[in-house]
Design a protein around this ligand. Sequence first.
Ligand SMILES: Nc1nc2c(ncn2[C@@H]2O[C@H](COP(=O)(O)OP(=O)(O)OP(=O)(O)O)[C@@H](O)[C@H]2O)c(=O)[nH]1
Length: 518
Amino acid sequence: MKDSNATVTQLALLQQKLHSAKLALDEVNEDRNAKLQTLLQFIGHLSLACKGQNLELDNKLAKLRHNLNTFDRVDEALPELVDVERLLKGQYHHVMVQLEESRAGLAQVIRQIQRVNSVPEKLKKEINYFKQDLAKPFHTVWEYIPKVKQIIGFYDTILQQQFNGTEKLDVLPKHRQLAHELAQMISEIEFRKDQRDQVLVIKEMLASDIEIDNLLEAYQTILSLLLDNIAREKSASQEFLYALNDALAAVREVVSESYNHNQRSFQLKTQLNREINSRVDNVGEAIIDTDDIVDLKARLTEQLNSIRSALARKETLEQREQALLRKSMETMRKELNELSNEANTYKERLFEQQKLNLLDSLTQLPNRAALEERMELEYRNYQRHKSPLWIAVADIDHFKIINDSFGHSTGDKTLQVIAMALKNSLRDTEFVARYGGEEFVLILPDIDDSDIAQLLNRVREKVKNIPFKFKNQRITVTVSIGAARVMGNELIHETFERADAALYKAKHESRDRVVIDV
Ligand SMILES: Nc1nc2c(ncn2[C@@H]2O[C@H](COP(=O)(O)OP(=O)(O)OP(=O)(O)O)[C@@H](O)[C@H]2O)c(=O)[nH]1
């Protein structure tokens, strides 16, 4: 009995111990569980933080999260934890290298910004502080992002300022008018061959939708081309004047040299003449003084020898003089020949220039200046003889459409062809000039009132029948013509204005027609 009681007590004790051990085990398990949960949470956060930075790390962290969810495989997760630790260390290093590279990149951008001119002083200072700040290393990506934002801010400020500075100006009607006038002026000026391509580009630009910048650039280019021409012309004239000056200096030198020679020769000749005269006198005296024929002969022979020698010297002197004179004449002739050649070339140039000044460079028709000259001449004739004198203004219809549809150079060719047609449809006594753009002026003397409409309609038909073909398209180009006859004592410019008004009428009466102002 005593034994069984002891056994029961022992069992109860064991039971108690077992219970305590179980409790302790539960506690341990609970603690482990809690720690595992914390670890799991940590791994979860870590996965999120690292996501996308390194694929291998992402996968390892995902596997680790999965294994830690199963208590049995906690041990299996240990090697993975080591791997993750290795990858994290590598990633840290990688991120630090990248941050350093990014910092260097930003420093480079700042250096570029500092090279931009016209950055306001305040911004310059700000950029300088920023640059100093950038010298310190980054520790996290979070330090990098605000810096990038700040740099974008700098760029934004600078660009804003630049845009404000270069704001496009509005093209106003007066600018279009200026472009039109410049185009007209260009077509009236004769440019050198090597300048023509440049001029054509400007013409095309002026014919399209211009911008203020382009217009200013066009003016600047044209001005510099003209200045270049003036400089060349000036240097050509200068060359001629230099040649003239050289030739005159040479001639003057020759003349003064031959004058000096002449002076010296004159003195020598006077001296020789005096010598000869005195010898002749001596001969006379000898004849008077002596009765001795032998002595007389001897004295005469001596005197005659002296005279002969003086005469010989005189002849040599004269020959030398002749030779020098010939030489001077030769030099002068050469100089004058050269000068006359030079003058001829210059005259030709002037003549050419004069001709060019009166010719329209595109169509080779007389230009506005030539028209003015011719109008004056014809008007004087009219005043003298009172024979009829007509002025007609012809303008190509819808020419803008040709330019716009087929290009400016096709427009130019069209103008050339029409100009030729106009010229060829007139008699020698009649005259046609390009007044500007697509407008031509005809001066028609001695045409009766009854013939003028027929004549001008023939001209109009001639243009209309030109078989133009642009881009394989058959195009008919027409002209409208207005004409007026000089009346009584009116000035020719008044007649011109009436003809222009008649043209305006023709344009409004559907174009391709002749209107005569009566
Ligand atoms: N190709 C070329 N075009 C020119 C020249 N001079 C003027 N023009 C163009 O001629 C055109 C004239 O246009 P507008 O004045 O509107 O007259 P349009 O189109 O002929 O119309 P209407 O005269 O009303 O029938 C413009 O497009 C000018 O650019 C030139 O030398 N060459």
